[in-house]
Design a protein around this ligand. Structure first.
Ligand SMILES: Cc1cc2nc3c(=O)[nH]c(=O)nc-3n(C[C@H](O)[C@H](O)[C@H](O)COP(=O)(O)OP(=O)(O)OC[C@H]3O[C@@H](n4cnc5c(N)ncnc54)[C@H](O)[C@@H]3O)c2cc1C
Length: 408
């Protein structure tokens, strides 16, 4: 068989990376996204990227888009900073950058590759060029296998037909619910409130290490934490770089620090569902109330954040398990191996999955593999590294924020 048509459910970072890579290989692709537009809901601010994401982006993006990515990525030091509750630096922990020489032999390097990027900027770069392939407002409801592939049914009653369906539809994946109902997610026992401190205020109230290291975290004896991480465009991307695909692709959104106040549910005065219903400025007040016993600098930092920037985050994790074989439907990213943000690796893995799956599907287009062989080879590799990182993130989450352990 040549030229499989790939249907992707979900235009998150994983689905977009896969779509970019497939187009690069000349493989037809259609992406279906539930949200009505790319910017329907807050998706977060800073993202930490390391070897997996950086190598994947080099592989999946056309050169001019990759140059724009590099111009908008802040190269951090290779440290995670531990703060006390007065926001004084206790130590800076050297942090592994996830170089996997076996998986990415072509890119092995001793260079420190840690980056902080703005999520919306990265998403905009990954969306560019996909306009004709992406369908917003199309929520995948279910699928049916057919003799020549798979038919997807949408919540609006329409259908689409392709050779392969990839569920890249996040932690509450509808595709996973049908494809692998045995794979469960669970409440990690933790919730958080997330906001953004403008750059000038961040420089005034935070230690230098917070502005340069990957991430900084202070916690109290309840394991309630304040996390802080900077995004600073090294240089504003030139007009030429921005216009490489279409004019003025990018409104620079860098130069800020994120703040995230989190801990076990019982340390918050409201449940996650109640927080989700609150306006942003009230969330800032709740975050301040959670840190009420902390010395002034922490509350100053939170108070300096933009009131309208706050939103709440509930933390769930996948429970590692078996992914049985299926000839035409597979999963990618948080749809299969979601984790809490303790390690900052979920998006890295979603992009790694996208690059890996596109390589396997290229073999189908080249006529050197069947679809079933390509999906099996992808899943064997993805499940092994994906669930390893889920387990590691749970271990770290238990230490740092009393995350619930995985069931035995
Ligand atoms: C506070 C926070 C901080 C984080 N920080 C980091 C970090 O620093 N580094 C890192 O690597 N990771 C980080 N992560 C994790 C990272 O955000 C996720 O792992 C990553 O977004 C997963 O990408 P994805 O494409 O698999 O899923 P998603 O980003 O969840 O995308 C799924 C997409 O599918 C769409 N969708 C859902 N259901 C359907 C449907 N039925 N039909 C069609 N479309 C559908 C959704 O609207 C969405 O656009 C963080 C997470 C959080 C919560």
């Amino acid at each position: 068989m040549s030229e499989p048509t790939v249907l992707i459910a979900g235009a998150g970072l994983g689905g977009l990376s896969l779509a970019q890579a497939l187009l690069g290989h000349g493989i037809p692709v259609q992406l279906f996204e539930r949200d009505a537009t790319p910017w329907d809901r807050p998706q977060g601010y800073r993202l930490h990227l390391e070897a997996d994401a950086l190598h994947a982006l080099r592989e999946v993006l056309p050169p001019e888009r990759h140059a724009l990515f590099r111009a908008t990525a802040m190269r951090t030091t290779a440290f995670t900073t531990i703060l006390n509750t007065s926001l004084e630096v206790v130590k800076q922990i050297p942090t592994d950058d996830g170089q996997d020489a076996e998986h990415w032999p072509q890119y092995v390097s001793d260079e420190n590759v840690h980056c902080n990027v703005d999520r919306a900027t990265l998403r905009e770069i990954l969306l560019d060029g996909l306009e004709e392939h992406i369908h917003f407002g199309r929520q995948v409801a279910s699928y049916e296998s057919t003799a020549d592939g798979v038919t997807v049914a949408f919540a609006d009653g329409t259908t689409a037909h392709g050779t392969i369906l990839v569920g890249a539809d996040g932690i509450r994946s509808a595709v996973r619910a049908q494809r692998a109902p045995n794979l469960r997610t669970m409440d990690a026992g933790v919730q958080a409130i997330y906001g953004r401190i403008p750059w000038e205020a961040a420089v005034a109230v935070l230690p230098d290490a917070v502005l340069q290291d990957i991430f900084a975290i202070g916690m109290d004896n309840r394991k309630v934490f304040l996390g802080l991480g900077a995004v600073d465009f090294p240089t504003e991307p030139s007009a030429a770089a921005r216009g490489a695909g279409r004019p003025c692709l990018l409104e620079p959104r860098g130069r800020y620090a994120v703040c995230i106040v989190g801990g076990r549910h019982e340390h918050f005065p409201h449940s996650h569902d109640e927080l989700r219903a609150m306006p942003p400025a009230r969330l800032q007040d709740v975050a301040l109330s959670v840190l009420t016993d902390w010395p002034e600098p922490a509350r100053h930092a939170l108070a300096a954040a933009e009131p309208e920037s706050f939103f709440s985050v509930g933390m769930d994790t996948s429970v590692p398990g078996q992914l049985e074989r299926h000839g035409t439907v597979t999963l990618l990213g948080d749809a299969v191996h979601a984790m809490t943000p303790t390690l900052g690796r979920g998006a890295n893995l979603a992009m790694r999955d996208g690059a890996l799956l596109s390589r396997r599907l290229k073999r189908v287009a080249d006529g050197t593999s069947t679809v079933a062989e390509a999906l099996a080879a992808y899943e064997d590799e993805m499940v092994a590294y994906g669930f390893d990182v889920v387990r590691e993130s749970v271990r770290m989450g238990e230490q740092r924020m009393s995350q619930n352990p995985l069931p035995r």
